[in-house]
Design a protein around this ligand. Structure first.
Ligand code: SF4
Ligand code: SF4
Length: 372
């Protein structure tokens, strides 16, 4: 297959070398050109290939069978749309996490079903309870007193259904509660990676259980190129060297995110303009999946816990939850629905109130979340 490599920066350079190394005779992929949006590069020869502009590629379209995208994860969607517009027949991708591997397999180059959109972001809760219970946790963990795990079979069906609607997902974050409390987390990580090979896959953890990782989870994280996003709260800070050491010894990538403040946002008056609330949103674009439904954020799936515990009346309308199995739903409609403000946004104040992080265990009060 004759291809152009779209992107002549870090990823393009690596892809050119990977193809030369794994397929020197060009049996599977023969690189013919680079393509780049940077006009300063147009016409140059780089690593033996001419760098074309997208317009020139359009005119030479007949000389290639497709393109392989080689840009950072967040730019992929724009390039797919651009390539679609200029009439590229086949659009392929080597997912960005694969570039970190020392033994890339060309079978990992995937074809993009570009008639479908890509979802930017998805998160789901592997466990709903937590071993830390911060004051005002957005997932209301302090109100969950029994272990609660995601139903794996439902999750796997939901992920497969989503794959029918979108060609990929930019970032997938597996969180909770504390996801490491879920003994099946390794299966969840591996399955998610199989369905969405293109995603930046992350497990969000408070890190307290990282020193006792199971061998299965270590393998699943490594093989999936998944990253630990460690939320560094004061109790995590005390174990930070141990956490770093465990991740490095096991060759698992990690990112540390120091958190010292939380925000109180829920305003029971419901008198806020949802459009303005969304502009000031503390969790923009954090699409959540639970039991066959997508919501704009975690509140819409879990606020019932707050209602039940404190006799409150935050209302979630049916329209605020998108049933991914509903008749006539396609990926474009889904993305459009997720971009609109939800009716529930009227409960989010435009002036979130910050407060210092605190662990409260199960001694919770409605004022941990609610203003006024
Ligand atoms: S660590 Fe804190 S914020 Fe994170 S899930 Fe647990 S209770 Fe919630
Ligand atoms: S309800 Fe709307 S404004 Fe509030 S956190 Fe969710 S998406 Fe953001």
């Amino acid at each position: 297959m004759n291809v152009a490599i779209w992107g002549s920066g870090y990823y393009g350079t690596k892809l050119r070398m990977i193809l030369e190394h794994c397929d020197p005779n060009g049996k599977s992929f023969r690189a013919m050109y680079f393509v780049d949006n940077d006009e300063k590069k147009w016409g140059e020869v780089y690593l033996g290939l001419k760098i074309l502009s997208p317009d020139t590629l359009k005119r030479s379209n007949e000389s290639i069978d497709g393109i392989v995208i080689a840009v950072s994860n967040e730019k992929i969607n724009d390039i797919v749309n651009q390539a679609k517009k200029i009439g590229i027949k086949r659009i392929l991708l080597l997912p960005t996490w694969q570039y970190k591997k020392t033994d890339v397999d060309l079978n990992e180059i995937m074809e993009i079903e570009y008639e479908k959109p890509r979802l930017n972001y998805l998160e789901f809760h592997a466990s709903e309870h937590c071993n830390l219970n911060c004051k005002g946790c957005a997932s209301f963990c302090g109100l969950i007193t029994e272990p609660r795990f995601i139903d794996e079979r439902v999750l796997f069906d939901d992920l497969k259904r989503l794959k029918e609607l979108v060609w990929g997902i930019g970032i997938i974050r597996i969180l909770g509660g504390e996801p490491l409390l879920n003994p099946s987390l390794h299966r969840i990580v591996s399955f998610t990676r199989r369905v969405f090979p293109d995603s930046d896959l992350r497990v969000v953890t408070n890190g307290l259980l990282l020193p006792s990782l199971s061998r299965e989870l270590i393998n699943a994280m490594r093989c999936s190129g998944a990253v630990f996003d460690v939320s560094v709260y004061p109790p995590t800070q005390k174990r930070i060297n141990e956490i770093k050491c465990i991740c490095e010894l096991n060759e698992i990538e990690y990112a540390l995110n120091r958190i010292e403040e939380f925000y109180k946002v829920l305003d029971p008056s419901g008198k806020n303009d949802p459009h303005i609330s969304l502009l000031n949103c503390i969790a923009p674009g954090c699409t959540l999946l639970k039991n066959g439904e997508l919501t704009k954020c975690v509140f819409l799936q879990y606020v019932d816990l707050l209602n039940a515990s404190f006799n409150m009346n935050f209302r979630v309308d049916n329209d605020d939850r998108i049933n991914i199995y509903s008749d006539g739903l396609d990926g474009n409609k889904l993305v459009e629905m997720l971009n609109r403000p939800s009716g529930f946004c009227k409960y989010c104040t435009q002036n979130p109130i910050p407060y210092k992080w605190e662990a409260v265990g199960y001694k919770v009060a409605k004022e941990d979340w609610v203003i006024g």
